[in-house]
Design a protein around this ligand. Structure first.
Ligand code: HMG
Ligand code: MG
Length: 310
């Protein structure tokens, strides 16, 4: 990837839809993933293979994977919390998976019923089987800039957990501001700290936009050299185990920022905005993407409309 290329990892179908209260038919999920992949996105996180008791919204992961018409060159990672999850994901034809833990002990217990060290041990057989099958594994670290249960999270903890995942064989580490509390200087300091232990080329950032800081944080991290950014079409989502957290930063807003910086994403922004408008309509929720809404409005409001008089 050239220095001016950025890979957007679209997480809406997983991080977004895991948080919807309503039951979303698998057919809608499949249509969303296929529409997203058609916009030029190289990675679309499709679903998860976690316990259906914990996240019933994604209990249909196998059905979604079975129905998906995959585009060559597009990656469709799925979340797995343990060996059972990986086995189910492999049976469903997944070629990319992601394991997840946190920098905060309290959050990890609420999210996976395990402490951080226990979750790292759980991943050992997952990584071994994935290696054997030639499956790529991404590692997520949640709560890198704050925890809803513990509050402050030490940078040393973020670095230690990220380094442990990388050394265990995760090829990419995504640093998650799960509750969207970070601000640019703190985000940059966190990234700098982790980059002491994990190469920048193996790092991704994952910002939720609860306090409206996500784009500013992303810019700060781009300036530090990160080139992989997670985002969610129309800003879908939240986290079922982090009350009050909003969705991820919207993919349309990220693409607009990156293109404005002269960076290449391979994404057709107009097409992405259409997908954001479509899924917001299907779910009956507001489109959280500012860029998406602006682009869609250009098509619906005539430019030559008489100026309003006061
Ligand atoms: P547990 O209850 O301790 O698990 O949950 P267990 O091993 O004791 O098993 C309990 C039951 O679950 C058993 O079934 C297992 O078979 C079943 P039963 O005998 O009771 O019928 N089970 C499974 N079923 C299907 N697939 C599996 C699986 N594993 C066990 N993989 C567990 C532990 C980790 C399973 C649970 O806590 C869990 O699934 N947690 C997932 C929570 C989750 O998905 N959270 C959201 C994703 S993380 C996130 O959003 C953050 C991120 O976006 C980054 C950021 O923003 O920071 C990535
Ligand atoms: Mg998330």
């Amino acid at each position: 990837m050239s220095p001016a290329s950025v890979r957007i990892v679209e997480v809406g179908p997983r991080d977004g839809l895991q948080n919807e209260q309503q039951v979303i038919p698998a057919a809608v999920k499949i249509e969303l993933i296929e529409k997203l992949a058609a916009t030029g996105l190289g990675s679309v996180e499709a679903t998860s293979f976690v316990s259906p008791k914990w996240v019933p919204q994604l209990a249909d992961g196998a059905e979604v994977m079975a129905g998906l018409r995959r585009r060559p060159g597009v990656r469709y990672p799925v979340l797995v919390p343990n060996l059972k999850g990986l086995e189910n994901a492999l049976a469903a034809g997944a070629e990319d998976v992601a394991v997840f833990t946190a920098a905060s002990e309290a959050f990890n217990r609420r999210n996976t019923n395990a402490g951080i060290e226990e979750s790292l041990r759980r991943f050992e057989p997952v990584l071994a089987l994935a290696r054997e099958r030639g499956v790529r594994v991404r590692g997520y670290v949640s709560t890198v800039l704050g925890c809803p249960y513990q509050g402050e999270v030490a940078l040393a903890d973020v670095t230690r957990v990220a380094a442990a995942l990388f050394q265990a064989g995760c090829e990419e580490i995504s640093l998650g501001d799960t509750i969207g509390v970070g601000t640019p200087r703190r985000a940059a300091a966190m990234l700098d700290a982790v980059a002491q232990a994990v190469p920048m080329s193996a790092l991704a950032v994952h910002f939720h936009d609860t306090y409206g800081q996500a784009l500013a944080n992303i810019l700060a991290c781009l300036e530090r050299g990160v080139r992989v950014i997670d985002s969610s079409v129309a800003g879908l989502g939240g986290c079922p185990y982090a009350r009050g957290a909003t969705g991820n930063v919207a993919s349309e807003d990220v693409a607009y920022l990156l293109h404005g910086l002269g960076m290449d994403t391979g994404v057709d922004l107009e097409a992405l905005a259409e997908v954001g408008g479509w899924i917001s309509g299907v779910l009956g929720r507001g489109n959280q993407s500012r860029a998406g809404k602006a682009l869609l409005a250009r098509h619906t409001e005539p430019a030559d409309r008489p100026a309003a008089t006061d």
